[in-house]
Write a new protein. Structure first.
Length: 227
């Protein structure tokens, strides 16, 4: 019998499990600068966190006059992956929290992210969490629509054989929160107060059920929540 009220727990990855946003956006800021759009890393994160770069192609073209294509995107992903493989660390407390939730839910957990599959698998392996999720890894790149649409969360719920309305979603961005809510899930917002995460106020305004600031809180939070 599960020790939590939810039938499954669906995790975003970037900013929830791994501390990747500054690394990714440092590379993105450098490459946008090469196109003529000068941004700080903080400004880049404010614009792009929670979104797929390819979905912002029109904005990039408006600011640079350059229509980015698959060649440019592949170059970005290659430089990003090199930086992640070198510098990525876990969100503090995330590995222990995931393993506790995995045990409490009898393995009914998944990753549902807007990132491409190679990035997801690289990151999960880097922080030692790949074995917790195994086949239950869902990429927004493989869905008809990306976040804030619910497709990736709906796919994860289907893959686990549960109703989306019986799922808890763990998110750190307003875009992701909107995706989880659109799927019908109960969304919990992780906001440790850093520039790479949406603020607690923004997450609450977006509709999360609860905001928490420390990953160590998550297993107890889910165990005590009444659906």
């Amino acid at each position: 019998m599960s020790l939590i009220s939810f039938d499954a727990v669906l995790f975003d990855c970037d900013g929830v499990l791994v501390d990747s946003e500054r690394i990714t956006n440092t590379v993105l800021a450098q490459m946008l600068g090469e196109l003529g759009w000068t941004l700080t890393v903080e400004e880049t994160m404010a614009i792009f966190v929670g979104k797929m770069v390819k979905d912002e192609a029109a904005l990039i073209e408006a600011r640079t006059g350059v229509a980015i294509d698959e060649v440019w995107l592949n170059g970005f992903r290659a430089r990003r992956n090199e930086a992640l493989a070198r510098d990525l660390i876990e969100i503090p407390g995330a590995p222990a929290a995931v393993r506790a939730v995995h045990a409490a839910s009898r393995g009914r957990i998944a990753v549902a992210s807007g990132a491409d599959r190679h990035k997801l698998e690289l990151q999960l392996r880097k922080v030692g969490l790949f074995d917790c999720f195994d086949a239950q890894i869902y990429s927004g790149h493989e869905m008809p629509r990306s976040k804030p649409h619910p497709d990736v969360y709906l796919a994860a719920a289907t893959g686990l054989g549960v109703a989306p309305t019986r799922c808890a979603v763990i998110e750190d961005s307003v875009t992701g929160v909107r995706a989880g809510l659109a799927a019908g899930a109960t969304v919990f917002g992780y906001s440790p107060g850093t520039p790479s995460h949406s603020s607690a106020e923004a997450l609450l305004e977006a509709g999360v059920a609860h905001v928490f600031t420390d990953m160590a809180e998550l297993p107890t939070l889910l165990a005590g929540w009444t659906v």
